[in-house]
Ligand binder design. Structure first.
Ligand code: NAG
Ligand code: NAG
Ligand code: NAG
Length: 324
């Protein structure tokens, strides 16, 4: 008996210790337990290419839904990330663009490949959060909002071609260390955090798509390495940017909804490949953004164009259960 307690204690300590690997943030849901947020991707262009128009409509919808926060799927600053913590683009592509009162909430960001072409450490720096307190940007981390838990994954280092065919782009891989080790640590950390999660809804966010009919298509490294972990842990939504479009693929193989919100500024008109029609719920080759509302029993998703018109709505539900 004594021995059993001893081993049980050891196991508990190990679990608690290793789960501290990914930094965690707490978001309180609304008093009724619900949560709503907007998702924008591929956006920082000093307001050009309709970035400002999309921002205005986000403000309107954000107010209607009384959003709790905003998620950015990366490629936060074009073309080459930020040059440093004093780059004025942080002001003129972010602070001075998303000015609506409803958008003065935390912004949970991931990094995209364009962000890796600049000074990555700058986007991760608390100096930016001092300039604009909304700014939250880490490489990989967890946001726990009780009814839902969010797992942000740094996907850029997974993509082999940035290392093998860097073309004329220079990437800032400082802070990554040996690439294979970095990737296997992420996979291990995300798997552990997902397995330990008690949240009713599990949502994973990254810059690169796992499933996409857009210009870049599926990211094979994520299909091979990350997707099996997401499927094994029964996540509900995978949310990404990278392809400059709005897209909803409802997987027939698993329960996962693959959602692309990459319409923050310049969209890629007509750049779409064939996809299984039963899975393709929306493909919009214009600008826009997405909203998500979550309760204990239901998730509601909507996509909006540059005018704030609803392009597509979708919902799913789960039984209210007392068991965790
Ligand atoms: C901005 O949006 C309008 C309306 O959809 C569109 O006609 C125009 O081409 C867009 N501008 C750019 C630069 O994408
Ligand atoms: C941000 O830009 C505005 C003009 O758009 C300017 O008035 C303000 O001083 C800038 N803030 C910082 C911190 O650079
Ligand atoms: C959920 O979506 C279905 C269509 O798929 C619709 O008929 C229904 O009204 C929606 N439910 C809610 C609560 O919005």
């Amino acid at each position: 008996m004594g021995l059993f307690v001893f081993f049980a204690t050891i196991t508990l300590c190990l679990v608690v210790d290793s789960s501290a690997v990914l930094e965690r943030f707490e978001e309180a849901p609304k008093p009724d337990g619900s949560l709503s947020f907007l998702v924008i991707g591929d956006w920082g262009r000093g307001g050009a290419y309709n970035q400002s128009q999309v921002a205005v409509q986000m403000g309107v919808i954000g107010e209607q839904l009384d959003i709790d926060f905003v998620i950015s799927t990366g490629d936060n600053f074009y073309d080459d990330g930020l040059r440093g913590i004093d780059d004025a683009a942080f002001n003129y592509s972010f602070t001075k663009i998303y000015t609506a009162p409803s958008l003065q909430k935390p912004w949970y960001n991931v990094l995209g490949n364009h962000d890796y072409r600049g000074d990555v450490e700058a986007q991760l720096s608390p100096v930016l959060t001092n300039l604009d307190k909304r700014w939250v940007c880490l490489r990989s981390y967890v946001v726990n909002a009780e009814v839902a838990e969010f797992f942000f994954v740094d996907t850029t280092p997974f993509v082999g071609k940035y290392f093998t065919e860097p073309e004329d782009h220079v990437y800032d891989w400082s802070g990554i260390g040996p690439r294979e080790q970095y990737i296997s640590n992420i996979l291990e950390d995300v798997d552990l955090a997902l397995r330990e999660s008690n949240a009713k809804w599990k949502i994973v966010v990254g810059h690169h798509a796992i499933r996409s009919a857009g210009h870049h298509g599926d990211t094979k490294e994520l299909v091979n390495q990350l997707l099996p972990i997401l499927e094994a842990n029964n996540i509900d939504l995978f949310i990404n940017g990278h392809d400059h479009c709005l897209q909803h693929i409802s997987s027939l193989d698993s329960g996962i909804q693959f959602l692309t919100s990459g319409g923050g500024f310049k969209a890629w008109k007509g750049d779409v490949k064939w996809w299984v029609p039963e899975e393709m719920k929306l493909y919009h080759d214009g600008q826009g953004f997405m909203s998500v509302k979550i309760t204990q029993t239901q998730v509601d998703i909507a996509f909006y164009d540059v005018f704030g018109n609803v392009l597509h709505k979708w919902n799913t539900s789960k039984q209210l259960s007392s068991t965790l």
